[in-house]
Every structure is written in C-alpha cells, then in structure tokens.
Design a protein around this ligand. Structure first.
Ligand code: CZF
Ligand code: MG
Length: 205
C-alpha cells in the first residue's frame, strides 16, 4: 500500500483524510506517527503561508512527499475571525468547546450569521515546487451547538443547502461537501492519480 504523510496532529483531520484516501489505496500517516519531529510554529498571516510552512518543513525533515492542511472558520460579522487563529481562538490549549462558546458569545444578537470554512492544502515533495489548493464550504453560525460528529466548530456550522450542522452529518456526508474534501479533489487533479504520483521523484515507499 502506498503511504502519504499528512503534516498534522489534529485527530479530526487525520480521520477525515483516512476516510477519503484509504479507499483509494493510500495509507495515511500523520505527525502522531513521527512523535520526535519538532513542532512547526504557525507564524504565517494566511492559511496559504501556514500550509506551505508545515508541508515544506516536514517534507524536508522526512525527505518525503507531505501534505499539510491549514484551515479555519471565517465569520463575516466578525471580519473573518477566528480565521487563521481558529484552533487557538479561546487559548493555546486548543479547546473546541471553549472556542465554540467564544464564537457564540461574540455572535449574540448578531443578525448576519454568514460564515465559511476554508481549507488550504499544500503538497511539498523533494525536488518539487510546492503546490497549493483551496476549498471553501459556505454556511451560517447557529445560536447553539447541534450534533456530535466531526470536530472543532462543526456543531455550530449550519451547512448551506442542508438542514443540518456539520456535526449532524455522517462522516461520509461531510467528506462529500466539506472545504477539506473540495481542496483534496483539486489537489488530486493537480497531482493526477495518487498512483501516478508514486514515482521515484516523489519518493513514495
Ligand atoms: O468545525 C470544524 N470543522 C472542520 O472541518 C475544520 N477544519 C478546521 N477547523 C478549525 O480550524 C482549526 C485548524 O487550525 P490548524 O489548521 O492550524 O490545525 P490544528 O492546529 O488543529 O492542527 P495542525 O494540522 O496544525 O497540526 C481547527 O483546529 C478547527 O478549530 C475546523 N473546524
Ligand atoms: Mg495548527
């Protein structure tokens, strides 16, 4: 089986990449499989900068092809917050419940609830120019959490065109419409079939 390293420690992301890629014969590894690697500090101002930083740093350290995901929630009425700070919006402990409560508090009484999830994927490989793609999923912020699936802000994100929050969708349904799924589809178009990417230049094992 071919393998692909996703430069993330986020278990929610890892699960989604596994579900989307393993059915194509790609075994997904994550930074949890490489516990000795240093943390990559997300110093960028944009999803693009952070995704490229994570992908290139880890690809250089492992000398392998690596995909990194930098993603977040952008709320119109909050001028795009929490944005690149989505994971740490309510503090460095990256607590999903605290992040949700902070958003709901800021959105109290706010009429315009329009928001979107954004996912930028960067693909870096030895001797290859790094590629980036973006996927967007539009929706509305609810007034209270609903549903137990997914991770992050999923329970307060009502997906446009569905009468459910992202956390009320089954994983396979989220993986049909999510920002991450859309970005991955674009990346697959750029790379071609992951099997095709299994060339020496990509150093797949
Ligand atoms: O409800 C959600 N459904 C999603 O599908 C989703 N995708 C991203 N997010 C939020 O944005 C942060 C990413 O920040 P992020 O890209 O820096 O990742 P992270 O720090 O969690 O892990 P890593 O990949 O950097 O190791 C996450 O923690 C979440 O709060 C999501 N929330
Ligand atoms: Mg992060």
């Amino acid at each position: 089986m071919k393998e692909l390293v996703i430069a993330t420690k986020n278990k929610g992301k890892i699960e989604e990449f596994r579900a989307m890629l393993e059915k194509k014969g790609i075994q997904v590894k994550s930074l949890l499989d490489y516990p000795n690697l240093p943390d990559v500090e997300e110093t960028g101002q944009t999803f693009y900068e952070n995704a490229v930083l994570k992908a290139e740093t880890i690809s250089q350290l492992l000398n392998k092809p690596v995909v990194a995901d930098d993603s977040g929630l952008s709320i119109d009425a909050l001028n795009g917050e929490p944005g690149v700070y989505s994971a740490r919006y309510a503090g460095n402990e990256k607590d999903d419940q605290k992040n949700i409560q902070k958003v709901l508090k800021k959105m109290e009484g706010v009429e315009n609830r329009k928001a979107r999830f954004i996912c930028v994927l960067a693909f870096a490989a030895p001797d290859l120019e790094t590629m980036t793609v973006e996927g967007v999923c539009e929706g509305q912020i609810t007034t209270e959490p609903r549903g137990d699936n997914g991770f992050g802000y999923d329970p307060i994100f009502l997906v446009d065109g569905k009468e459910k929050t992202m956390a009320q969708l089954e994983q396979f349904e989220k993986n049909e419409i999510s920002h991450r799924a859309k970005a991955l589809k674009k990346l697959e178009k750029l790379i071609g079939d992951w099997g095709e990417a299994n060339r020496e230049s990509f150093n797949y094992k």
